[in-house]
Design a protein around this ligand. Structure first.
Ligand code: PLP
Length: 398
């Protein structure tokens, strides 16, 4: 997820324009800024690029999730389903609005298994957060079908998959909204930053007002007509907006280059006995930030990866990684929190939420056989050749 690889003259020029005017705040100061609005321009560009009607830039991807969940009315008493394979931010945001995350199984798409979703629905379920992991896509049509059947709100965590499409339609445009991240390691980066895309003008307005202390956001003006509700500050600043504009202009080119690298590695991996690949509902719409493959058994995956590591080409084993998979979130299993009351694990009515590490056996069976390499934009021919050689060598260790 390599926006940082292509930082250059375009970003420098955008940043300089902001510094030259001297206004870092995204609102107001029209005269001083000479009507230069980088964050607003970035929002317009995001909406245009994705085909969503509206976009809101915010301070981070985590903030995007929080603002979306809050604006959609989710809170205490509500259950929100999310996958056990995601970045921790997805469920941190669910806890933060006061709702309860309910973890569901993933399948060979590495995203929510639509066939096992209904097991997790109760009379308190209000929403599903589907996460498009590792640059690819969930079976979003099927997940959206389950949400619709049960009258649940659908939110897409598209933090890792901006630019991904299914039959040309952008990820993040199926649900009520799609949440984006522009943190330092995402496909486009503002250093830190996030965004929310939506086709719902009224939701956009609520999110926009909530992320700015509840100030009213009429199409023109701000803070003139009185607040509809309390909010917080999750605003993006002009320097971030400037970076985002330059980076968004490079996105399709980055994706094209990663696709070429990925195709080469996929071809080499396909020759390894027992290797199969992550399933993509639309392979042509993958953003190619990762190549992800399965071995026949967990033991084979570990053995293959040990051989890759010996050749300085170790892959990511998400199953053993502590950041992205349920099985290794010890703070969640242990109900660890700063709050003296035990919140959010101890609820106001005294109930205790528990998240045992072995709660997702179907996901364990998928994740323990999975290995991934991150694809970089600037992968050299030498590096690709090195990875291909490591594949051949590791295949002999099987
Ligand atoms: C990065 C990420 C986030 C959070 O974004 P930040 O900008 O780092 O706060 C949320 N969800 C997923 C799936 C992510 O990868």
């Amino acid at each position: 997820m390599p926006g940082f690889e292509v930082l250059g003259a375009e970003e420098r020029k955008e940043i300089e324009e902001v510094l030259n005017k001297g206004v870092l705040f995204r609102y107001e100061f029209g005269e001083q800024r000479g009507e230069q609005w980088k964050v607003r321009q970035f929002e317009t560009a995001l909406a245009e690029y994705t085909g969503a009607g509206h976009a809101l830039a915010v301070a981070s991807g985590t903030a995007a999730l929080k603002v979306a969940l809050a604006a959609l009315g989710l809170g205490p008493g509500d259950e929100v389903i999310c996958p056990g394979f995601t970045f921790v931010a997805t469920w941190e945001a669910i806890f933060d609005v006061g709702a309860e995350p309910v973890f569901a199984e993933v399948d060979d798409t590495l995203c929510l298994d639509p066939n096992r979703l209904e097991d997790k629905i109760t009379d308190r379920t209000k929403a599903i957060v589907v996460v498009h992991m590792c640059g690819g896509m969930a079976d979003i049509e099927a997940v959206a079908g389950v949400a619709e059947k049960h009258g649940l709100i659908l939110i897409e965590d598209t933090a890792q998959a901006l630019g991904g499409r299914i039959n040309g339609r952008h990820l993040g445009t199926w649900g009520a909204c799609g949440c984006l991240s522009f943190d330092a390691v995402k496909t486009i980066t503002c250093g830190e930053g996030g965004g929310i895309i939506t086709n719902d003008a009224e939701l956009w307005r609520t999110m926009s007002e909530f992320h700015d202390h509840g100030h009213d956001h009429r199409p023109v003006g701000r803070g003139n007509e009185g607040r509809r509700f309390i909010g917080l500050n999750y605003r993006m600043n002009e320097l971030q907006g400037a970076l985002g504009l330059a980076q968004l202009g490079k996105l399709d080119d980055m994706i094209a280059r990663m696709r070429a690298h990925k195709a080469r590695l996929t071809e080499a991996l396909a020759k390894v006995p027992g290797v199969t690949f992550r399933r993509y509902p639309d392979p042509a719409g993958d953003t190619a930030t990762f190549v992800s493959w399965f071995h026949a058994t967990a033991e084979e995956a570990d053995r293959f990866n040990a051989a890759l590591s010996e050749a300085s080409c170790g892959a990511i084993s998400w199953y053993h990684n502590t950041w992205h998979y349920y099985r290794r979130w010890e703070h969640l299993h242990g109900a660890k929190t700063c709050r003296a009351s035990g919140w959010p694990f101890v609820r106001e009515d005294g109930r205790r939420l528990s998240f045992p590490p072995d709660a997702l056996p179907a996901s364990d069976a998928v994740m323990s056989r999975l290995l991934s390499w991150q694809i970089m934009v600037n992968m050299t021919d030498e590096r690709l050749a090195e990875l291909e050689a490591a594949i051949d060598k590791a295949a002999q260790a099987l």
